[in-house]
Design a protein around this ligand. Structure first.
Ligand code: PLP
Length: 686
């Protein structure tokens, strides 16, 4: 569908066609309430019973409980509630219970959040303690040995959603048994269903939640296994459905569909074998190695599910990788889906002790059990296509690019950014406030274009540029004398400013960069063109500062854009214009044609990065109509758009509507009153 290659199976999966038919049948034909004793109800009840019997056999439930519910998050709540109610009863009787709630450091957030919630609500007052994992993501059994005797509950997932790492459940079980603890043990089996052999009643596991939508059943249906004899308290009371264990009329469409998936698993004739899945992953990994030189895999393949790859590429952020793959219609996620909207490092990879760039730059590629040969082949082709697009944009520096690069480049990570002033004619550049996370990226650009770095300067004193200097090698003169801000002593010359003061400046192409004081321990840098021998306020196009609210009167004008390093409000840049950001910024895609007709001078500006254009599948329709100004170049263009008196309307577009919104807001703040963002971006227009 849509020509898209869906490689985000750990987030959710498509519905098995036979399961969708079963859901439709239940909704259309067998719509009875399974609690009704008439024929219509009985016809629905058969489906419910068959699904349960299949689950009981497949999971080895034995004489334990197996209830249907809304999904794993609910199952986790029920398990935690059940365990903590039992703990509270023992506490009330004055019995020892252990003082800790131990959970694997890489658990899905639903687990620690549920533990904290019910611990607070029930007043059990236990201490939440994270169980460390090793570099492969496996639980530290020595640490568990030390914690288990004082644990009231232990939660360890069967397989991790971000890395696919398969836990050593036998080792954990043996450690728990040897400790003699009475702790209750929950194993989140969400990612294991259909991928690992489970025989639950034969284990010491007390609670095991499952979710349908991770294995080709719909969202909103799941199961919870509870060991025979393990404490149980219903989360939802009411009509007594599910043998009184989970009230509420059953989600029959979901259960019927899940029943079909479970039956397919039991028959073993629908999903590819493990060997085949391993082969698919190896082909994807090979395609990634070939397309993205330097790629590192964050999961050890022989210790993880065959359906998951977690990787990072030096110098390319997870946002950039997501964007280029998404343009090629390859759907993956950055870290885990739940935190994909934030550029935060992955807590799972952090817990494994991986360096920040690998954790913050991680991409998860995961496929569902319905994947086929053709999907993998197309995925590999598109990965190659994305690699070529990134290389052409100078983002991967395996070979110097013939294309020189020019102008002002903003390299941002949420809330903070660095700036690169590039001059193609002299093949030189200046780096301003390089963040440590940008080292590989800046190196790739400089090496890729074979530029000389004239200076690496900071807006605050004492910044450590040593790693970047080392990484740049021969492209920067590491021996040159600099001040505490990295400002070079030799190449700088004296220059008069608009207020008559004389400051140090460096020439870069036809422009100059001047260093001015910006208060205690801080400097600002002015970039502009000289008027004769001096840099007048009118000639200053950009002022690089630590914060956006720094005022530099007399030496700059209202036309000067303030380019901050710390950009907590995500403004890109600031100016002296009025704030017109609030009102009617959004333009609906259905209204675009009429808007363009009413405003013939309007310019549509696509703020996606060049590698996204290059990777787009299929080639962007009507792209010729839009001017390409990547968001990383917006500040430079903003300075030009604002200079003219008549501000032609600007309609910004991007993939999802988020970057275009940022751009439109930025222009409004700078005083360009007719800038708009296309709501929902190209994703909705496509
Ligand atoms: N546990 C793990 C390991 C998961 O991957 C997920 C899914 O995001 C959940 C729990 C929550 O499952 P559900 O979406 O069914 O509530």
């Amino acid at each position: 569908m849509n020509n898209e290659i869906y490689l985000d199976g750990n987030a959710t999966t498509c519905i098995l066609p036979a399961a969708a038919l079963a859901a439709a049948d239940i909704m259309g034909q067998r719509y009875g309430n399974p609690s009704s004793s008439h024929g219509t109800g009985l016809r629905a009840k058969v489906v419910l019973d068959q699904a349960r019997q299949c689950a009981v056999r497949l999971l080895g439930v034995g004489d334990g409980r197996l209830m249907f519910n809304s999904g794993a998050t609910e199952g986790i709540q029920t398990a935690v509630l059940s365990a903590l109610v039992a703990v509270r009863e023992r506490q009330a009787r004055g019995e020892a219970t252990g003082s800790m709630l131990v959970y694997g450091a890489t658990e899905h957030k639903a687990v620690p959040e549920a533990l904290a919630h019910w611990n607070r609500l029930l007043g059990t007052n236990l201490k939440l303690t994270a169980l460390a994992v090793d570099g492969d993501g496996l639980h530290d059994l020595a640490a568990l040995r030390a914690l288990a005797p004082d644990a009231a509950m232990i939660c360890t997932m069967a397989a991790n959603n971000e890395t696919g790492v398969v836990s050593d459940l036998d080792g954990i079980a043996a450690t728990i048994a040897a400790s003699g603890t009475s702790a209750l043990w929950m194993v989140d089996c969400v990612q294991a269903l259909g991928k690992l052999q489970l025989n639950l009643a034969a284990t010491r596991i007390d609670y095991a939640p499952f979710s349908g939508h991770k294995l080709h059943a719909p969202k909103g249906v799941g199961m919870l296994y509870v060991r025979a004899g393990a404490p149980f308290t219903p989360l939802i009371m009411g009509g007594g459905q599910e043998a009184g264990q989970r009230s509420g009329t059953e989600n029959m469409a979901g259960i019927a569909a899940l029943g079909v998936v479970l039956a397919a698993l039991e028959r073993g004739d629908t999903f590819p074998s493990h060997d085949r899945l391993h082969g698919y992953r190896e082909r994807l990994a090979e395609a990634l190695r070939a397309a993205l030189p330097g790629v590192v895999f964050n999961n050890t393949f022989d210790k993880s599910l065959p359906t998951t790859i977690n990787f990072a590429v030096p110098g390319v952020s997870s946002r950039e990788l997501m964007d280029v793959l998404d343009a090629a219609r390859v759907r993956v996620s950055a870290g885990s889906a739940c935190s994909a909207s934030k550029a935060a490092p992955s807590y799972v990879l952090d817990a494994m002790g991986l360096p920040l760039w690998r954790s913050a730059g991680a991409i998860r590629m995961s496929f569902g059990a319905m994947v086929d040969e053709a999907t993998i082949a197309t995925a590999c082709q598109r990965i190659a296509h994305c690699g070529a697009a990134l290389r052409a944009a100078g983002m991967i520096a395996d070979q110097p690019s013939a294309e020189p690069d020019d102008g002002l480049l903003q390299l941002g990570v949420e809330g903070e950014c660095g700036w690169l002033v590039l001059d193609a004619a002299s093949r030189s550049c200046i780096v301003i406030d390089p963040l440590p996370t940008l080292t590989a990226r800046i190196t790739a650009i400089v090496r890729g274009h074979n530029y000389r770095v004239l200076a690496i300067v900071a807006t605050t004193a004492g910044a450590d540029h040593a790693p970047l200097v080392r990484s740049l090698g021969a492209h920067y003169d590491a021996q040159a004398m600099t001040d505490a801000f990295g400002w070079p002593a030799i190449t700088a010359h004296r220059l008069a400013l608009g207020d008559g003061a004389e400051v140090n400046a460096i020439a870069i192409g036809s422009q100059v960069l001047a260093q001015v004081s910006a208060g205690e321990g801080a400097h600002a840098y002015l970039l502009g063109s000289k008027d004769g021998a001096s840099l007048t306020a009118a000639g200053v196009r950009f002022a690089f500062t630590a914060h956006a609210d720094l005022a530099l009167p007399v030496i700059t004008t209202a036309q000067t854009l303030l380019c901050p390093t710390r950009d907590a409000r995500n403004q890109l840049c600031a100016g002296h214009g009025g704030d017109h950001a609030a009102a009617d910024l959004q333009l609906d895609s259905s209204a675009l044609a009429a808007f363009l007709q009413a405003h013939p001078g309007a310019v549509v500006v696509d703020v996606r990065e060049p590698y996204e254009f290059a990777a787009t599948v299929p080639a962007p329709a009507g792209a010729h109509a839009a001017q390409s100004v990547p968001l990383s170049r917006l500040v430079e263009h903003a300075s030009l758009w604002l200079r003219g008196d008549s501000h032609a309307p600007l309609v910004f577009v991007c993939r999802s509507g988020s970057r275009s919104m940022k751009a439109a807001q930025c222009l409004r703040r700078l005083g360009h009153t007719s800038s708009y963002s296309l709501t929902g971006g190209l994703a909705l227009a496509a």
